[in-house]
Design a protein around this ligand. Structure first.
Ligand SMILES: [Zn+2]
Length: 92
Protein backbone atom coordinates (compact mmCIF):
# COMPACT_ATOMS: atom_id res chain seq x y z
CA UNK A 1 0.00 0.00 0.00
CA UNK A 2 1.50 3.31 -1.02
CA UNK A 3 0.56 6.96 -0.94
CA UNK A 4 -1.32 6.54 -4.21
CA UNK A 5 -3.82 4.23 -2.56
CA UNK A 6 -6.12 6.47 -0.53
CA UNK A 7 -8.95 3.97 -0.69
CA UNK A 8 -7.18 1.67 1.72
CA UNK A 9 -6.17 4.30 4.22
CA UNK A 10 -9.03 5.31 6.54
CA UNK A 11 -6.88 8.00 8.11
CA UNK A 12 -6.36 9.87 4.88
CA UNK A 13 -8.41 12.99 4.16
CA UNK A 14 -8.71 11.75 0.60
CA UNK A 15 -10.43 8.66 1.93
CA UNK A 16 -13.08 10.78 3.65
CA UNK A 17 -13.45 12.88 0.54
CA UNK A 18 -14.29 9.70 -1.34
CA UNK A 19 -16.73 8.63 1.36
CA UNK A 20 -18.51 11.98 1.18
CA UNK A 21 -18.77 11.66 -2.59
CA UNK A 22 -20.17 8.17 -2.19
CA UNK A 23 -22.78 9.47 0.23
CA UNK A 24 -23.72 12.25 -2.13
CA UNK A 25 -23.94 9.81 -5.00
CA UNK A 26 -21.33 11.52 -7.11
CA UNK A 27 -19.49 8.36 -7.92
CA UNK A 28 -19.99 7.00 -11.39
CA UNK A 29 -17.59 9.14 -13.35
CA UNK A 30 -14.81 8.92 -10.84
CA UNK A 31 -15.13 5.28 -10.03
CA UNK A 32 -12.68 3.63 -12.39
CA UNK A 33 -9.95 6.21 -12.33
CA UNK A 34 -9.79 7.40 -8.79
CA UNK A 35 -10.98 4.78 -6.41
CA UNK A 36 -7.56 3.55 -5.50
CA UNK A 37 -5.77 0.32 -6.08
CA UNK A 38 -7.89 -1.69 -3.70
CA UNK A 39 -11.03 -1.44 -5.78
CA UNK A 40 -9.21 -1.79 -9.08
CA UNK A 41 -7.39 -4.86 -7.82
CA UNK A 42 -10.69 -6.44 -6.86
CA UNK A 43 -12.13 -5.70 -10.27
CA UNK A 44 -9.05 -7.07 -11.98
CA UNK A 45 -9.24 -10.21 -9.92
CA UNK A 46 -12.89 -10.74 -10.79
CA UNK A 47 -12.17 -10.09 -14.46
CA UNK A 48 -9.30 -12.53 -14.63
CA UNK A 49 -11.32 -15.15 -12.80
CA UNK A 50 -14.22 -14.75 -15.17
CA UNK A 51 -11.93 -15.15 -18.18
CA UNK A 52 -10.29 -18.25 -16.84
CA UNK A 53 -11.25 -21.67 -18.10
CA UNK A 54 -12.40 -24.42 -15.84
CA UNK A 55 -12.74 -28.16 -15.86
CA UNK A 56 -16.15 -29.48 -16.82
CA UNK A 57 -18.05 -31.13 -13.96
CA UNK A 58 -20.12 -33.20 -16.43
CA UNK A 59 -17.68 -34.70 -18.92
CA UNK A 60 -14.51 -34.12 -16.95
CA UNK A 61 -12.88 -32.18 -19.78
CA UNK A 62 -9.97 -30.09 -18.65
CA UNK A 63 -10.24 -26.34 -19.16
CA UNK A 64 -13.15 -26.80 -21.54
CA UNK A 65 -15.58 -24.62 -19.63
CA UNK A 66 -15.74 -20.92 -20.23
CA UNK A 67 -18.06 -18.19 -19.13
CA UNK A 68 -20.83 -17.23 -21.52
CA UNK A 69 -22.36 -14.50 -19.44
CA UNK A 70 -22.90 -13.72 -15.80
CA UNK A 71 -23.62 -17.00 -14.04
CA UNK A 72 -23.78 -19.05 -17.25
CA UNK A 73 -21.01 -21.43 -18.27
CA UNK A 74 -20.48 -23.49 -21.38
CA UNK A 75 -18.41 -26.59 -21.98
CA UNK A 76 -16.77 -26.81 -25.40
CA UNK A 77 -16.35 -30.56 -25.14
CA UNK A 78 -19.80 -31.83 -24.23
CA UNK A 79 -21.70 -28.70 -25.23
CA UNK A 80 -23.43 -28.42 -21.92
CA UNK A 81 -24.58 -25.08 -20.61
CA UNK A 82 -24.97 -24.70 -16.92
CA UNK A 83 -25.19 -22.10 -14.25
CA UNK A 84 -22.60 -21.39 -11.66
CA UNK A 85 -21.42 -18.56 -9.60
CA UNK A 86 -21.62 -15.21 -11.29
CA UNK A 87 -17.91 -14.80 -11.80
CA UNK A 88 -16.17 -18.03 -10.97
CA UNK A 89 -16.78 -21.72 -11.15
CA UNK A 90 -15.67 -23.79 -8.23
CA UNK A 91 -12.69 -25.93 -8.92
CA UNK A 92 -12.67 -29.24 -7.17
ZN1 LIG B 1 -18.21 -30.97 -20.54
Amino acid sequence: MGPDDPGSNPGSPIFWCIIMKLIKGDTTKRFSARYGLTVRKKLLKIESLSRARYDCPYCGGESTVKKLSVGIWYCNKCGKKFTGKAYTLNKK
